[in-house]
Ligand binder design. Structure first.
Ligand SMILES: Nc1ncnc2c1ncn2[C@@H]1O[C@H](COP(=O)(O)OP(=O)(O)OP(=O)(O)O)[C@@H](O)[C@H]1O
Ligand SMILES: CC(C)(CO)[C@@H](O)C(=O)NCCC(=O)O
Length: 312
């Protein structure tokens, strides 16, 4: 019997052919900008995977802008310009922020939507003081550790064409929200909302069905996927690197880890992974994968090997 799936699946070689005649060359300064995003990022990966991906996203955005102008014609007046919103989901350490930054750099090149902003849902974690009170310090990243209402309010403002929206900021150095500090977003053309929780649908409290989800505001959603073996290896490698960078800063919450030996670092990172991030992945993140419009499957070295695209 034929197997039905809501997705079309492309191997990376087939996907690379979907560039067609879009200029796929990058200027020297664009290459430099992308290398600044992540020094390990391969430029072949950018040309073969991310350029076709952003070509597709650009077509979607053009379609949405045309729909907007049709609505203006219908009303006989100009309505507020609202941003196209893209959600990027996936496990801790899968590369969501890197993916968001690559997409931002590439989408900014198109003349019809040069202003792209990124919102990280880390900023909507409750401050440590609140998490401690609620007994959630070992549940950072779980649905209950976020102020999802505040995130939804931010998305409502953006989709209402607000002139400016203030976004709270999380510091990985302090492992906490920065008190009384906000970044201001002013009428962008595109917003990329990146975080492990962006495709989650909260469990309703009895008799009180939630009316809006974060993903209701997305025009497009992407899930970055990888096997847990790869994720754990990337998490441990990042942890080992952080010993000589962020952890070495005396102000770092994890300064006590700066002098761990390789063996101790692997043990500590693996234990954090197993006790927190792996449980969260299995219970709360992975189950949201099939809600995404696009699934990017990565294998070793962050190479994207398969692209799944939801049939319209
Ligand atoms: N496309 C890529 N090519 C090479 N290395 C990558 C790529 N994407 C991510 N990495 C590496 O993988 C690790 C995790 O990436 P990143 O910080 O982007 O993940 P994340 O999903 O945003 O993580 P978190 O949820 O913990 O904030 C980093 O060490 C990063 O350098
Ligand atoms: C901030 C989150 C939740 C998500 O980015 C994550 O990076 C995190 O801190 N998880 C908690 C366990 C850990 O320290 O890895």
């Amino acid at each position: 019997m034929e197997n039905y799936s809501p997705y079309m699946t492309f191997a990376k070689e087939e996907w690379a052919k979907l560039r067609f005649n879009t200029p796929m060359t990058l200027t020297e300064s664009e290459i430099q900008e992308l290398q600044g995003v992540n020094e390990e990022l391969s430029m072949d990966e950018v040309s073969n995977i991310y350029l076709p991906l952003t070509r597709l996203i650009n077509l979607y955005i053009t379609g949405s802008q045309q729909l907007h102008s049709i609505t203006d014609t219908f009303f006989g007046k100009n309505t507020n310009k609202v941003p196209f919103i893209i959600g990027v989901a996936g496990s801790v350490a899968v590369g969501k922020s890197t993916t968001a930054r690559i997409i931002k750099a590439l989408l900014s090149r198109w003349p019809n939507h040069p202003k792209v902003e990124i919102i990280t849902t880390d900023g909507y974690l409750y401050p440590n003081a609140t998490l401690e009170k609620k007994g959630l310090m070992n549940r950072k990243g779980f649905p209950e550790s976020y102020n999802t209402r505040a995130l939804v309010d931010c998305l409502i403002k953006l989709k209402s064409g607000a002139k400016e929206v203030k976004v709270p900021v999380y510091s990985h150095l302090y492992y906490d929200i920065i008190p009384n500090y906000y970044e201001t977003i002013e009428q962008p053309d595109i917003v990329i909302v990146e975080g492990i929780n962006v495709l989650q649908t909260p469990r309703p409290a009895k008799g009180n069905l939630p009316s809006v989800f974060v993903s209701d505001f997305f025009d497009l959603s992407i899930y970055v996927d990888a096997s847990e073996n790869d994720l754990l290896r990337w998490y441990v490698n990042r942890f080992k690197k952080l010993r000589s960078t962020a952890f070495a800063n005396p102000k770092s919450y994890f300064n006590r880890y700066a002098n761990l030996s390789d063996e101790e670092a692997v043990k500590t990172a693996t234990s954090i992974w197993n006790n927190i991030n792996s449980v969260n992945l299995e219970r709360n993140i992975e189950p949201t994968k099939n809600r995404a419009d696009i699934i990017l499957r990565k294998e070793e070295d962050h190479v994207i090997t398969t692209i799944k695209l939801r049939k319209i």
